[in-house]
Design a protein around this ligand. Structure first.
Ligand SMILES: [Zn+2]
Length: 95
């Protein structure tokens, strides 16, 4: 994601990413691996904390790889997943 972090689009992307992580990722109860640049996908945190981290620090490098991996784990991309791939791809394009 290369969008400015204060933009509505970025916020939307963060929310979609959280939904995606809870749907296709591997949540442990209420916690997921934080996707932010500081936690680098190794620290378990709650949704509101991850949200704040992503706004404050941005996404970890290789986030798209994570999405691709998570997508493969589910049974083929469904409509929601496809929408999400498009969102991430659009968000990653140069402005
Ligand atoms: Zn974090």
């Amino acid at each position: 994601m290369d969008l400015p972090r204060y933009s509505d689009e970025y916020e939307k992307g963060v929310k979609s990413s959280l939904d995606f992580a809870y749907t296709y990722g591997d949540p442990q109860g209420k916690e997921i691996l934080c996707l932010c640049d500081k936690c680098c996908n190794v620290r378990w945190t709650r949704r509101d904390v991850v949200y704040n981290h992503l706004i404050a620090c941005g996404f970890v490098d290789g986030y798209k790889r994570y999405v691709a991996q998570a997508g493969r784990l589910s049974e083929g991309p469904d409509e929601d997943a496809k929408k999400f791939y498009n969102l991430i791809n659009e968000a990653s394009q140069e402005l």
